[in-house]
Design a protein around this ligand. Sequence first.
Ligand code: DON
Length: 315
Amino acid sequence: MTVTDPRRLREIVDEICDRMAAETDRGHVADYIPELAHVDPRRFALVLSTAEGNVIAGGDADTRFSIQSISKVFALAVALGRIGDQLWSRVGREPSGDPFNSIVQLEHERGIPRNPFINAGAIAVTDAILSRSEPREALGQILQFVRFLADDDDIAIDPAVAKSETETGWRNAALANFMRDFGTIQRHPEKVIGTYFHHCAISMTPRQLAQAGRFLAFDGALSPGGARAIAPRMARQINALMLTCGHYDGSGEFAFRVGLPGKSGVGGGILAVAPGRAAIGCWSPGLNAVGNSHLASIALEMLADRTGWSVFAPK
Ligand code: DON
């Protein structure tokens, strides 16, 4: 049975928020980007933005957080919109089975990253956007796209987070330089990672994230049968990549436990998609061993269990 009744969804969200508030093991807040280390691990939020237009929000739904790698979804949509299938000549579509910031496969695979959601892949996607625009303009396009999706201009890049990563992101600099040598990226590596760090530093609330994810739940449209953000084929492809690669070397586990496309970020956010039903924004800053939010993963597993939402369930 699949739950759609908003009152039942409200009870489920409340139950999950209560359970998560009581959890003592909250994972570990990322500190390799110094600015993220200050975030309070007690935070938790869960927001559903449903096909019927209901927004069911619990916990810290209106607190801004750093979306980090979730921005890779929006950057991918922008890049596909700009250069289409040409993008796939520089980035693959296979799960990597390695950590998000790994460099090991790049040498064997001639500088072509496995998928657009590992860091190397997102840096290659960012370079593809920069083939048509300068950094400021490219960032403006990504930010405008996110604001359009969420119908909310109060979404911005947090300059302190961008600066913090620019000062410490040596591993991403290594990935970019390595790919520049192979010709996967064409612009200067410093420009590319500077742009990448800034889109990772987009800050928004879990409520805004759930709204911004709606286009993936409704086949590229902002609501069922509504205004279109991207082509249906593209939305389906992005969902497929989120399911198979959205949680790095934890992607199989997430698909097994939750059964929905999802994209995590080291800020502790997860955007999950229940096609035809809802977009889901979940946030808790503490991470598990593979860099995905510990409690948001558990909360989404509970949500899938209670609602029956799964891409593997018959409609
Ligand atoms: O490049 C980085 O390391 C960060 N800006 C983003 C990584 C990230 O969010 C991985 N997600 N779980």
